[in-house]
Design a protein around this ligand. Structure first.
Ligand code: PEP
Length: 224
């Protein structure tokens, strides 16, 4: 039986609270208009920390069957770690957390060792990590069940990997680690999503740029 599809929207450092509310209203309206069912798939939206609480509140009011992810997590428990948001705090609003995105590795100097600590914290607080790998050799920490394969050359460039190559990476990673889902991420659009979802070892997509527009994200869901 095919895995439950996971479709993840990563908003990165975008959207105010007002913009978050508008996105959710437009998404809900579009979903109803197009009669898109979410039964056999899980939609996970990753807003910035500042919007997470309000996003969850609005989704509840709109009766939207979506889940939320944080985009990062502190590698430490609560306490004297200025600026850090820890797993206990995230768990109040989200069930998932994205860890190891190449932008965090590149722009914030996150190392494999730090990412292992973040994964341990996520698991400790009952969050499901969505762990990003850049290629088939990126180490995957223990306890990870969901991996997102995102080649940096494909992120935000309009140059996605080929579905065949993404599928080969997914096969290798599933052979090597005890994981349930491999998602593909990197310039996914409504036009190319089906070609990735048709691949037998790909279980979903992680979408950056195209998820900022609720109608584009809906098109991805519709065509997935
Ligand atoms: C991402 O943010 O992980 C991503 C894949 O971005 P984009 O869809 O814009 O390439």
């Amino acid at each position: 039986m095919r895995n439950l599809e996971l479709l993840v929207a990563n908003w990165k450092s975008n959207k105010t609270i007002d913009e978050t509310e508008t996105w959710l209203h437009d998404f809900s309206e579009g979903l109803n208009k197009a009669s898109i069912g979410l039964e056999d798939r899980r939609i996970i939206v990753a807003p910035p920390f500042t919007s997470l609480e309000h996003a969850r509140y609005c989704a509840g009011n709109l009766k939207l069957a979506i889940e939320f992810a944080a985009q990062d997590i502190s590698p430490f428990i609560e306490g004297a770690y200025t600026g850090a948001v820890n797993g206990k705090q995230i768990k109040e609003f989200a069930n998932y957390v994205i860890i190891g995105h190449s932008e965090r590795r590149r722009e914030f100097g996150e190392t494999d060792e730090m990412l292992e600590k973040k994964v341990a914290m996520a698991l400790h607080f009952g969050l499901t990590p969505i762990f990003c790998i850049q290629n088939e050799n990126t180490p995957v920490p223990q306890g990870i069940k969901i991996v997102a394969y995102e080649p940096p050359s494909a992120i935000g460039t309009g140059n996605p990997d080929t579905p065949e190559n993404a599928n080969n990476v997914a096969i290798k990673v599933k052979d090597r680690y005890d994981i349930t889902h491999v998602l593909y991420g990197g310039s996914v659009t409504g036009q190319n999503v089906a070609s990735f979802m048709q691949m037998p070892s790909i279980d979903g997509v992680l979408v950056g740029g195209a998820s900022l527009d609720p109608l584009k994200f809906l098109e991805i869901i519709k065509n997935a």
